[in-house]
Design a protein around this ligand. Structure first.
Ligand code: 13P
Ligand code: SF4
Length: 305
């Protein structure tokens, strides 16, 4: 358990976790010490699959609000804890359910595909959900050629290019990923000419164009494990380097930009995790009328994965 060894806070968390039959789910962007205590560390799709399949009574979710909401949408009978209720995703907040309803009125025949980085209310207005790891697959599976994609314009643009589908894009973006600039990739490639480049599809199209591949966070983890990869320039949130280095000793990982930090992901700390298990708060619960509709969109995605 690396740096967590003999840490009294960690010991208390593990004790309470057993007593409450809790499972700790952590996203790949969490602080190293939080990742190290996770029962499962993964990308949005993997975390939602774990949340749907776990037999724990409590899910201690170390990520951001939309991820904890998705866990609650899929497992309403479980207590879902988000150790800091202010850990939101600014991109998810860039569209409201009302705005999406207006867009649907403008394009009544379009199918709505919504990135999982969205509120439960927005998911409830959607036909399909998708993540960065299955967006292309979800869109490819649809017969309708007219699609509304919200809220990430860059993931939407990436999927449109890959599938050749006409997509009506919402102008949302991730404030963390847009900090990665084409010149960052060019500079690192000059410094490490033999390195491969992988980026997250939330990056700007000019950045994606310079990369060998655009993948979800766990897609990047799998890419790094390949035998033909020994040096990798990584264009996503910097904390992913913790897991990359831990799982691939001897390989070299270079962040495309040190500026790619998601402050919301960093809100989760060991102390807040302990407090959350002690108080069983803050709990994330999606109102039943919203949950049922949002679940339909998430289930349609999970049926395609
Ligand atoms: P992944 O699903 O690739 O882990 O991405 C989640 C996210 O928030 C990226 O910014
Ligand atoms: Fe949202 Fe971007 Fe943070 Fe991911 S990295 S949670 S998209 S703000």
């Amino acid at each position: 358990m690396g740096n967590n060894k003999n840490n009294p806070v960690v010991e208390k968390i593990l004790k309470l976790k057993n007593e409450k039959n809790a499972v700790i789910l952590a996203h790949n962007y969490q602080r190293p010490e939080v990742q190290d205590i996770g029962d499962f560390v993964g990308d949005s799709l993997e975390l939602s699959q774990k949340a749907a399949s776990t037999d724990a009574d409590v899910i201690l979710f170390c990520g951001v609000l939309f991820m904890a909401e998705t866990a609650s949408i899929l497992s309403p009978e479980k207590t879902v804890l988000l150790p800091d209720s202010r850990a939101g995703c600014p991109m998810a907040d860039m569209i409201t359910a009302r705005q999406l309803r207006q867009k649907k009125q403008e394009f009544p025949d379009a199918t709505v595909v919504t990135y999982v980085n969205s509120s439960a209310e927005v998911k409830a207005e959607s036909d399909y959900c998708c993540t960065s790891s299955n967006g292309v697959k979800v869109v490819q599976s649809l017969e309708n050629d007219e699609l509304i994609f919200v809220p990430d314009q860059y993931l939407g643009d990436y999927i449109a290019k890959k599938t050749g589908k006409k997509m009506i894009l919402w102008p949302g973006y991730c404030p963390t990923h847009i900090r990665i600039l084409p010149e960052d990739i060019i500079r690192q490639k000059q410094k490490y000419p033999d390195a491969k480049v992988v980026v997250h599809p939330e990056c700007r199209p000019e950045v994606i164009a310079l990369a060998d591949d655009a993948l979800s966070t766990s897609g990047i983890i799998r890419y790094a494990a390949r035998d033909d990869v020994s040096e990798l320039i990584v264009g996503t949130e910097v904390e992913i380097l913790h897991r990359l280095r831990k799982e691939n000793p001897g390989k070299t990982f270079i962040p495309a930009s040190e500026k790619a930090v998601c402050p919301n992901m960093k809100r989760i700390t060991l102390e807040k995790m302990l407090n959350s298990l002690e108080t069983m708060n803050p709990q994330i619960k999606v109102p039943e009328n919203i949950r049922v509709k949002a679940k339909a969109a998430v289930d349609r995605m999970l049926a395609i994965v």
